[in-house]
Design a protein around this ligand. Structure first.
Ligand code: AP5
Length: 214
């Protein structure tokens, strides 16, 4: 069992790298953000509870998030391992996750990136409204403008990728998520990765590290 946690600021590339890791090593990628956005899209009770917080760039309540995680990691496809993208997001979530007591190795990949690069990336991100594929108008635009190469779905800008919500998300990250770096450093499971540069180069560093844990 290998538990991979992707840690880093909004736009650090957690989703992008998580997708590549998932394909290469065949571990499910569990993105709390994706699960919440899907719930908002479908207008479920969970979605209704989460929407206001997400739109404001704030964290959704820990209790809701922990419920999502516990249910998802109990599924069959998580038995060999899994990738957590966007969870834990604060110390309480990390402590509660530990209490679940899943046996196995833990690897926390911390994607280090500057604020300037974050703002550049998030304002040029587009996502597929159907399959969730991630594009960058700067480095990986779709072949046909506004259309997903993979499924033909419509590309949209995330509602929280506006300048004022990006600013808020960064503040929340610094206040609540950043302390997790020290938390995992103390536990000896943190590995820092320079998240600026070519996606493939970053992925090669990621694979080097994962290789040491398999
Ligand atoms: P979430 O969906 O987790 O958003 P986030 O953490 O802000 O992270 P992002 O998805 O914005 O960025 P990313 O690091 O995945 O980057 P990406 O690969 O897309 O959370 C959204 C909201 O949900 C939260 O604000 C909160 O309300 C709620 N939530 C979620 N989890 C929660 C939790 N645990 N507790 C409480 N609330 C929670 O890349 C970004 C862009 O850059 C893309 O366009 C990509 O193509 C491009 N890019 C990627 N790599 C590179 C590169 N190397 N060079 C250039 N461009 C690149």
């Amino acid at each position: 069992m290998l538990k991979i946690i992707l840690l880093g600021a909004p736009g650090a590339g957690k989703g992008t790298q998580g997708e590549l890791i998932s394909k290469k090593y065949n571990f499910p990628k569990i993105s709390t953000g994706d699960i919440l956005r899907e719930a908002v899209k479908n207008g479920t009770e969970l979605g209704l509870k989460a929407k206001a917080k997400m739109d404001a760039g704030e964290l959704v309540d820990d209790e809701i998030i922990l419920g999502i995680i516990k249910e998802r990691i109990s599924r069959e496809d998580c038995q060999r391992g899994f990738i957590l993208d966007g969870f834990p997001r604060n110390i309480n979530q990390a402590e509660e996750f530990e209490k679940i007591g899943i046996e196995g190795k833990e690897l926390v990949l911390y994607f280090d990136i500057s604020d300037e690069e974050i703002i550049k990336r998030l304002s040029s991100r587009r996502v597929c409204s159907k399959c969730g594929a991630i594009y960058s108008l700067l480095i990986s635009p779709p072949k046909k403008e506004g259309i997903c190469d993979k499924c033909g779905g419509k590309l949209i800008q995330r509602e929280d990728d506006t300048p004022e919500v990006i600013k808020k998300r960064l503040e929340v990250y610094k206040a609540q998520t950043f302390p997790l770096i020290e938390f995992y450093k103390k536990q000896g499971s943190l590995r820092k990765i320079n998240a600026e540069g070519d996606i493939e180069e970053i992925f090669a560093s990621v694979c080097d590290i994962i290789g040491q844990y398999l």
